[in-house]
Design a protein. Structure first.
Length: 242
């Protein structure tokens, strides 16, 4: 029953998670990939203290192998093989991030997960940022009216140095959801978002292979650009801060 899970299963799972840091890195990578399912499978039996522990452990995985200095994420000095394994862990965390937002409660996003999400979106490795961009629309959906919390992260991903990252934010899934989501005025009123959508779309449609082009729904991108620019103009006329 629930009490047994709390008293028996939680200590065992906690001990397993802690041992993964000392065990083979492949085990840690597997744990990070399954972490969202693990938390959701046990969430109904967690006490608040236990929920916080699993959330804090996830946040540690998200920054494994990197350090923050002057607002920037940088790789720590590790052997190349170990760096790749840590990159894999952080990539898996980015994949699980929408599930962990749900686990933590979207209402608590700003206080509990925003800084972690920002770190993943600015990760030094392309694969991590690309995975964050791939699931960005899911985080948007979960945040609902509080989507403006991740305005800076959207801009960062749209203006990423890597086309692989940028193209994820003009995918059919992202654009479709963006067009059907009530977004705060501070987001819609930013003309730079519309410009970035347009520039990224044109860039992706020029490159090969063709399957990248198929990700893009140009008409939907035009909708987003129009909305962003129109709302920006409205705010300027009204004298509102965008």
């Amino acid at each position: 029953d629930s009490d047994d899970r709390t008293r028996i299963i939680f200590p065992l799972v906690k001990a397993f998670c802690e041992k993964c840091f000392k065990a083979d890195d492949a085990v840690l990578a597997s744990l990070s990939y399954q972490y969202g399912k693990l938390c959701h499978g046990l969430s109904g039996s967690f006490t608040e203290e236990q929920r916080v522990w699993f959330l804090e452990f996830f946040k540690k995985l998200c920054i494994l192998g990197i350090h923050h200095e002057n607002g920037h994420c940088e790789n720590q000095a590790y052997p190349l093989e170990l760096e790749k394994k840590y990159e894999s862990v952080r990539k898996n965390c980015a994949y699980n991030f929408p599930a962990m937002v749900l686990f933590a409660d979207p209402k608590c996003f700003l206080s509990e997960l925003y800084s972690t999400f920002s770190s993943l979106c600015h990760d030094p490795e392309i694969s991590v940022r690309r995975t964050s961009a791939s699931g960005f629309h899911e985080v948007v959906q979960l945040l609902g009216p509080n989507v403006h919390y991740i305005h800076k992260e959207l801009i960062a991903l749209l203006q990423d140095d890597s086309l692989e990252v940028r193209c994820k934010n003009v995918s059919k899934e992202f654009i479709s959801h963006l067009c059907n989501t009530p977004i705060s005025s501070k987001w819609l009123g930013d003309c730079s978002i519309g410009a970035s959508f347009w520039n990224n779309t044109l860039s992706v449609r020029k490159v090969q292979p063709p399957d990248l082009k198929e990700l893009i729904d140009l008409s939907k991108v035009i909708d987003v650009v129009f909305i962003c620019c129109f709302m920006s103009e409205c705010f300027n006329v009204a004298g509102l801060d965008s």
